[in-house]
Design a protein around this ligand. Structure first.
Ligand code: ATP
Ligand code: MG
Length: 361
């Protein structure tokens, strides 16, 4: 309910109340705009515009006719619930009375109790009769902020925003961490990530988003000089996870989140993931692991990040991609390669120079 309130803050509406399994929002006639907003709030399975009438059969009949007027379909059935037992008609009696009324007034309609085009729902409650037929599906999931905090490794690509969205769907509050290698990557690529994070903010608890920009330039420079060029992506990913692990600990995030999808690129084979993951004991969530690219794109499109993600940009990973990145890196070789590097020094420098950008949806 708090998330609903913050999502609807700038639209006029009445009280938000709840009963078992239901949340009621009183509208001022602008239900369509409110419903559209609520479609982006995790935890809500569906939204239905509801008409309220007095507990009087004639008024309920008139309301039923109004509700189904805008509902497409030829066949229907009536379903009644009567938590308020003081109402004189039983649920079957009410169904009959309303069904008959609708058949008399809408000659094109037929009753089909097994496979109707729509259902007219009537609930007889203490406060009145509630009537609805439309059911608008929403995101489902768990309410934002109901699980712990996670740190999303956010690039400018298609995948990581989707990974963030899917984590938020299960109630995770996310903060973002972007590795920025200026001047190897441009100011524009940073602006792109800020744009993506702002879009994700809409789904986050309180509509806010903390984006950490980690200074990755020195690490890139050091990796350019490595005598193990085929391992440079593996080494770079290990740096990313080390930095993310320390930042997560500082920010009290309980998991890291990445946009890896198994086998998509060299650094996302099982062998690569195994070697990269070896630098951390913090759980790493990979919500896209079993998704094909097209499935990921479909979600990106739906959540409004796709258009931004496909803008051309230079990611720190695309700048120095070796000709033949190792698809099966071995841990012993990677450890040998890291002996050339001041791993701890580079990591603490990157963390010390990390900046916070505070974003609002
Ligand atoms: P994406 O579309 O999310 O960039 P990708 O298919 O391009 O993914 P990679 O570039 O291999 O795959 O990146 C794998 C994951 O590593 C990303 O999903 C993201 O979580 C993380 N990552 C990559 N580059 C960065 C970066 N510059 N800053 C933060 N995280 C990054
Ligand atoms: Mg990428």
């Amino acid at each position: 309910m708090t998330n609903m309130r913050s999502r609807l803050a700038d639209l006029p509406h009445g009280r938000i109340t709840k009963t078992f399994g239901r949340i009621y929002l009183e509208t001022k006639g602008n239900w369509a705009a409110l419903a559209q907003r609520l479609q982006g709030v995790f935890g809500i399975v569906s939204v239905s515009p509801v008409l309220k009438r007095e507990l009087d059969l004639d008024q309920i009949k008139e309301g039923a006719a109004l509700v189904i007027q805008d509902t497409p379909g030829q066949t229907f059935k009536v379903e009644a619930r009567r938590p308020n037992k003081a109402f004189p008609l039983t649920s079957p009696e009410l169904c009959n009375a309303l069904g008959g009324h609708l058949l008399r007034n809408f000659p094109h309609l037929k009753v089909d109790v097994h496979n109707p085009d729509f259902v007219l729902n009537v609930e007889i409650r203490q406060e009145g009769a509630f009537l609805y037929s439309q059911v608008i599906p929403c995101l489902g999931g768990l309410p934002a902020g109901s699980s712990g905090k996670g740190l999303l490794l956010l690039s400018g690509g298609i995948d990581s925003p989707v990974a963030g969205f899917l984590s938020m769907k299960r109630g995770v509050t996310i903060e973002g961490l972007h590795f920025y290698s200026y001047p190897f990557t441009s100011e524009r690529s940073k602006a792109k990530v800020v744009d993506l994070a702002t879009r994700l903010a809409a789904y986050n608890a309180k509509g806010s988003f903390k984006l950490w920009i980690a200074y990755f330039t020195e690490i890139q420079k050091a990796l350019q000089k490595t005598s193990y060029p085929t391992l440079s992506i593996t080494l770079m990913r290990r740096f990313m996870l080390r930095i993310a692990t320390q930042l997560a600990e500082r920010e009290q995030a309980l998991a890291l989140i990445t946009g890896d999808s198994l086998g998509q690129v060299a650094s996302q084979t099982m062998e690569s993931i195994h070697v990269i993951n070896a630098v951390t004991t913090t759980p790493v969530f990979r919500p896209l692991i079993g998704m094909d690219k097209q499935e990921i794109i479909d979600v990106a499109y739906k959540i409004g990040t796709y258009e931004t993600s496909i803008q051309p940009y230079d990611d720190c990973c695309t700048v120095f991609v070796p000709k033949n990145p190792a698809t099966r890196p071995r841990l012993d070789q990677v450890l040998e390669a890291e002996r050339e590097l001041d791993v701890e020094g580079l990591v603490s420098e990157a963390i010390a120079k990390t900046e916070l950008v505070q974003l609002k949806a």
